[in-house]
Structures are given as structure tokens and as C-alpha cells.
Design a protein around this ligand. Structure first.
Ligand code: FCB
Length: 454
């Protein structure tokens, strides 16, 4: 076999990721409670084409088949999330045994297939019952998250050793509570800032619960990070790029690493009116809890965002310097910028010194359909993955302790506000028949995994 150009470290975790609401379906089966995403998607006008996750990939029923797919790919790790209301229909209190059993069987199935389960506790589908009490802006939701974490880690902690508390708390806080593009669809910046605090607080509290129920486990949080750059050297653009990074990344990473909330952003949120009573929601000791040591950080990286300040509302614009070709821009309108991945890995490691990093998501939306022979020639996705893996490899060579890479996504699925219009999978899903087809990218990934590089 020819030598790899990009050889990855021994034991590197080659994985793929999904999230409960995006793939499971069975939204009201076997005692599952309603989530904020059920409620949001059932509200006309919220989701593209009024799509819902009611059925999605029907993974709740087809999970064995899906493990079969993962086995065919040779995946070393599978990152998935647990639907909180499937296990605790009211968010706390009574446990739905059928829901918990589903995840227990899934974990056993993965372990039997030699695939390491990486569980995310919160990938956005908060129980609606908790939202009815105020949701993440309430401290009581953080307390309920601890109870939920306890239930899950008691049940699965003997077999599962890799735990992530939250996926992209910035997206929950800002898109869910400040801007309203995501569930629960609220538009109030002060709620957003409070939601962010309670997500972080619950992360810190959950860390010790995970460790007491799951011996020798590793636990952390997944943050979204883009390559934020100024569109020009103008002071306004530079300032805006820094502010965009502050809101989406530093506001979360700084407290987790013991630096507290960044003061430039406190000032920014104050000016914007998001802190009418100051930071009164921060109680004594909270910042210590939030900075409870983690064993890894997960990073979700997709694209570069260039900030240009000259528009009317002074909000960062994703502008295009590259020609609008499908190679440069994915179907999501996200820029294909692999160097940014080297950049964010270096920055996070050298600046915050996490013990370990996983790329918990990276991937591209291209809708390439099956051809007449039943193949899916998604060459653009292969190129995207190749160039990003090469970028990750450069970071490893520079000393970044990158321990694994999870493609978003294992299979096409419900892409939040975009519904089914965006396809990120390396496996094609026919939503009418629930047939799965390995795309060419999946076949390519299989050989990468086999050779531990390419
Ligand atoms: C991330 C989400 C994930 C998926 C990708 C495309 O923000 O964590 O669920 O939707 O974007």
C-alpha cells in the first residue's frame, strides 16, 4: 500500500455525528414528551417548507440498520445526542423507561460493533415543559439539567466514557432566545444572555455528576467556532470581527477556561440593552463552577465569516471575496475555507490549553442526488473533507492534541430552520422510502479510516 501523505496519529478517532431531533423521528412514540423543537416545527412558518422532525430519518426504528452502516464505514466513534424529553418527558421527575432503554440498546449495539459512543446530553431539544417555566433563561432549567445528567449517566455511565454536556450553547442562546430563528423562537437579548449563563452553569454542575457516575470518563463541552476575520483593515471591520468572535466564541470559552466573561463583551451587551439589571443572574461561586476542569473541548468548524461594518444595522455580514462557485460556497451559503480549521485549532490550543480537542463537527451541505446507477458522486463534499482533514493534520503537526474528527453528518437529516433542503450526510437518505445509500464521500471516508490517513 502506498504511503499516506497525511498520516494521522495511532488511535485517532474517525467518527461521524448526528443529533436526536435531526434523525430520530418518533416524536411522540413510547411516552416521549414534547420538545421545544417539536413545538417550533409544528408552528407554521418557522421552518423552511414547514418541514418537521416528526419522522426525520426514522432512526428510532432503524437504529440497527444505521449501526450496520457505521460498521460498513469502519467508524471508530459515533457522536449522537439524547433527547431529554424522551427520557424525562416533563424535564424532571418521572423517567420514561422505554426512552432510556432505547439509548441503552443503542449503546450496546455500538459497543458490539466496536464503535465508541460519544454522547451529547443537550443538542437543543429541551423539554417543552421546562420551556413553559421559562426555559434556559431560568436557573431552575440548569438545575433540571443536572437531574437529567444524573439519570443518564447512572444508566449508561458504565459503558459510555465520553460525555459532552452541551452542543453549541451560543446557538441555543443567540438563535433560540435573542434572534428567534431557532426554537423556542424568542427575540429578547436579555433572555439570550441569561440563557447563555445557565447553559454554562449547568455544564459546570454536570461535570462532577458525570464523573461520579461514570468512572474514568472524559467530559467536556462542544463550542462552535468560525474563522472570524475582518473584510478589510478598516478599524470598523476589525472591531466588528473581534466583537463577532466575542459574542459567538469568547463569551463561552473564556468562562469555561476560568477567565470569566470577557469585559469588552459585557460592555457591548450593556450598550445593546441586554443587561438591564447588570449581571444580576450571576450568583456567588457560579464562575468557579463554570470553570470546573474538562478533559477535552469539542469544536464545530464549518466556515470563515468575514465582518464588514458598513451596512445599516452594523451587524456582521458574511461577505464574499471568492467567486461564487460551488467549490467556494456550499449550499448553505457557507464559505469553504479549510485554512480556518488550522487557524482555530491552533488558536484554541495555544490560547486556552485544553488537554485534548475533538473536531465534533465539520462537513458540507451539497445536495448531489443519486445518478442513474444509484451512486451519489458528491465530489465537492470529498474535496471539502479532504482539504479540511489536511488542515487538521497541519494543526496536529504543529502540536495540537487533536484526538478525533467527526463528520457532520453520518446521514442527511433535518437541518433545523432549513428543514430537509440541506443535505450534509455522507449517506444519502430517501425521505419517502427511508432508503440509505453510501455517497462517494462515505466510500472515500471508509478508505481514509482503513489507512488512518490519505
Ligand atoms: C451545527 C449543528 C448541527 C448541524 C450543523 C450543520 O450548528 O450543531 O446540528 O445542524 O450545524
Amino acid at each position: 500500500m502506498a504511503k499516506n501523505l497525511f498520516q494521522f496519529p495511532n488511535g485517532f478517532i474517525w467518527g461521524a455525528a448526528t443529533a436526536s431531533y435531526q434523525v430520530e423521528g418518533a416524536w411522540n412514540k413510547h411516552g416521549k414528551g414534547e420538545s421545544i423543537w417539536d413545538r417550533f416545527a409544528h408552528t407554521p412558518g418557522k421552518i423552511n417548507n414547514n418541514d418537521t422532525g416528526d419522522v426525520a430519518d426514522d432512526h428510532y426504528r432503524l437504529w440497527k440498520k444505521d449501526i450496520g452502516l457505521m460498521k460498513r464505514l469502519g467508524l471508530k466513534g459515533y457522536r449522537f445526542s439524547i433527547s431529554w424529553p424522551r427520557v424525562l418527558p416533563m424535564g424532571r421527575g418521572k423517567v420514561n423507561k422505554k426512552g432510556l432503554d432505547f439509548y441503552s440498546r443503542l449503546v450496546d449495539g455500538l459497543l458490539n460493533a466496536n464503535i465508541i459512543p460519544f454522547i451529547t446530553l443537550n443538542h437543543w431539544d429541551l423539554p417543552q415543559a421546562l420551556e413553559d417555566e421559562g426555559g434556559w433563561p431560568m436557573r431552575s432549567t440548569a438545575e433540571a439539567f443536572v437531574e437529567y445528567t444524573d439519570v443518564i449517566t447512572r444508566a449508561l455511565g458504565d459503558r459510555v466514557k465520553n460525555w459532552t454536556t452541551h452542543n453549541e450553547p451560543a446557538v441555543v442562546a443567540w438563535l433560540g432566545y435573542s434572534i428567534g430563528e431557532h426554537a423556542p423562537g424568542l427575540k429578547d437579548h436579555s433572555l439570550g444572555v441569561q440563557a447563555a449563563h445557565h447553559l454554562l452553569l449547568s455544564h459546570g454542575w454536570a461535570m462532577s455528576v458525570i464523573h461520579s457516575n461514570s468512572q474514568n470518563a472524559e467530559a467536556g463541552i462542544t463550542l462552535n467556532i468560525g474563522w472570524k476575520a475582518a473584510a478589510s483593515n478598516s478599524v470598523a471591520d476589525l472591531k466588528l470581527a473581534r466583537q463577532d468572535d466575542g459574542q459567538w466564541f469568547r463569551w463561552f470559552a473564556d468562562p469555561v477556561y476560568g477567565r470569566g466573561y470577557p469585559s469588552d463583551m459585557v460592555e457591548f451587551f450593556t450598550k445593546m440593552g441586554a443587561l438591564p439589571n447588570g449581571m444580576d443572574f450571576v450568583q456567588q461561586g457560579d464562575m468557579d463552577v463554570i470553570s470546573t476542569p474538562t478533559q477535552f473541548v469539542g469544536l464545530n468548524y464549518y466556515a470563515r465569516q468575514l465582518a464588514r461594518a458598513n451596512d445599516a444595522d452594523n451587524s456582521p455580514q458574511v461577505i464574499s471575496l471568492l467567486p461564487k462557485t460551488p467549490e467556494n460556497w456550499t449550499d448553505m451559503g457557507w464559505e469553504n475555507f479549510p485554512d480556518g480549521l488550522t487557524g482555530v485549532l491552533g488558536r484554541v490550543y495555544f490560547n486556552y490549553q485544553p488537554l485534548k480537542i475533538y473536531i465534533t463537527e465539520n462537513g458540507a451541505s451539497y445536495s448531489t442526488p443519486p445518478d442513474e446507477n444509484g451512486n451519489v458522486p458528491d465530489v465537492q463534499r470529498i474535496n471539502y473533507l479532504k482539504s479540511h482533514l489536511a488542515a487538521a493534520h497541519r494543526a496536529i503537526q504543529a502540536g495540537v492534541p487533536l484526538a478525533g474528527y467527526f463528520i457532520w453528518s453520518l446521514m442527511d437529516n433535518f437541518e433545523w430552520a432549513h428543514g430537509y433542503s440541506q443535505r450534509f450526510g455522507i449517506v444519502w437518505v430517501d425521505y419517502e422510502t427511508q432508503e440509505r445509500i453510501l455517497k462517494d464521500s462515505a466510500k472515500w471516508y471508509r478508505t481514509v479510516i482503513k489507512r488512518n490517513g490519505f
